[in-house]
Design a binder for this molecule. Structure first.
Ligand SMILES: [Zn+2]
Length: 447
């Protein structure tokens, strides 16, 4: 008998964790950090930094990590949290599949038992390894990653898992098709239909059409009124328009994991006669990922130690950078675009900014007004007279696109997760919508 259980992503955006069992075989899809539905007790400036070895224990204590039996490596479970239920390795988990390299889908992966193989697409594994080497390791211990390739299913007992690439705002994102003796289950991961690789998402929908169960993200259903998506092409156009308009220095806030957009913005800057200068850690990441000519600061500009260490380590590993001095940027600010370090706001004072200059916010950090860094960030820009403009594009399908996808796939049952408002997913006749409950076993044959 095949069952489906949900240990996250219920009434919240992120933290999806889906366990599918068949006989003695058990697989899990995604292992995100839990996003609390109430107050986020670990949000900056709190963090887990000073609690080496107790990170998982503390998350379990405050209810911010799921209690999945047998999932965790016992070495992360000190006596105060080590319940029998958590320590058991029967029935055991036989494989974990990660849809993409966003923390709300993989942030807890470092606490999983080392005997559990952890699969992701090659680009995701490369990105996470490069992040680790440039100073952003996963919490816990680096898992032994295994690559799952589209078209090459992984078999776990009676369960087969296939990765299907989708378009999202990070490279290497996929959904999964899980085939069991009782039927087929599709999981979208996070996906969108307004990005430059939207065809991947359309191909996903076509490949899983007619499945028994569709588990879909529903991020954009969370907000009223439902926002119309800014396309990836619109975001790039907004950036180019700002470069045309500006005469002085332009600042940009990009999310480093979105390497495709970062490369496009660097190219757009070049076409406008400008050089995009990255902070050290971001430059180290891009160099390790083989992103062409990567430009960062030379040694004359003071940077936080994590940036200097990331560059030194990358250079020791044979990677090379082009460098720019602060004097060069001060001499000709109109020939540069700079991504500031979002956590070193006083470093903005080094730059030749004048009132009326612009910062293009393109889904970088701080992420938005829910981020504790947002207020100091906007206060600094305000003090310096720098105008904040948006040049971003979301990673999640619009409500209209989600509804069209469900209609196209026409599953027997749909579970909307990864949204504040799963009840806003409307389903066509003949499709049953189930709002999942935490830890409840749903038998596939009885849905
Ligand atoms: Zn995501």
């Amino acid at each position: 008998m095949t069952t489906i259980e949900f240990f996250g992503g219920l009434g919240v955006i992120g933290s999806s964790k889906i366990v599918i069992s068949q006989g003695n075989s058990r697989v899990q899809l995604d292992m995100g950090l839990d996003i609390p539905s109430g107050e986020d007790l670990m949000a900056a400036p709190v963090g887990l930094d000073s609690r080496r070895g107790r990170e998982l224990a503390d998350l379990l204590r405050i209810g911010a990590a799921p209690r999945v039996p047998g999932l965790y490596d016992p070495r992360w479970l000190p006596a105060d949290v080590a319940s029998e239920e958590l320590l058991t390795d029967a029935p055991g988990l036989h494989a974990l599949f990660i849809s993409h390299a966003h923390l709300d889908h993989m942030g807890l992966v470092g606490f999983v038992r080392p005997s559990v193989p952890v699969y992701a697409m090659a680009q995701t594994v490369e990105l996470l390894r490069a992040l680790q080497l440039s100073g952003e390791p996963v919490l816990g211990a680096e898992p032994a990653w295994r690559v799952i390739s589209p078209g090459v299913p992984v078999t776990v007992g009676d369960i087969t898992v296939e990765a299907l690439p989708v378009d999202h705002d990070v490279q290497g994102a996929c959904g999964f098709l899980v085939t069991t003796p009782d039927g087929r289950i599709a999981f979208t991961g996070d996906l969108r239909f307004h990005g430059s690789e939207a065809q991947l998402s359309r191909d996903f929908a076509a490949a899983v059409a007619g499945v028994d169960v569709l588990i879909t993200e529903g991020t954009t259903l969370s907000w009223e009124p439902l926002p119309a998506p800014v396309t990836e092409a619109d975001a790039a156009q907004r950036f180019r328009a700002a470069l045309d308009e500006a005469s002085g220095l332009v600042l940009v806030a990009l999310y480093p994991r979105n390497t495709l957009r970062a490369a496009r913005f660097a190219e757009a800057a070049r076409e406008a006669g400008r050089t995009l200068v990255w902070p050290g850690r971001v430059a180290a990441l891009f160099a390790r990922l083989g992103c062409g000519d990567v430009v960062t600061w030379d040694a004359s500009r003071p940077q936080a130690s994590d940036h200097l260490e990331a560059i030194a380590r990358a250079e020791a590993d044979g990677f090379r950078f082009s460098t720019v001095s602060l004097d060069a940027v001060r001499a000709e600010p109109g020939r540069y675009v700079v991504m500031p370090d979002p956590h070193d706001l006083p470093s903005l004072l080094d730059l030749p900014l004048v009132p009326g200059d612009m910062l293009l916010h393109s889904n970088g950090q701080p992420l938005g007004d829910f981020d504790t860094w947002w207020r100091p960030f906007t206060a600094w820009l305000g003090q310096l007279g720098v105008e904040l403009r948006s040049a971003g594009s979301g990673g999640h399908a619009s409500a209209d696109d989600l509804h069209a996808m469900v209609e196209r796939i026409a599953p027997r049952v749909v579970f909307p997760i990864h949204t504040f408002s799963p009840r806003r997913l409307q389903v066509p006749s003949g499709v049953r919508r189930v709002i999942a409950e935490y830890g409840v076993k749903y038998p596939l044959a009885e849905l």
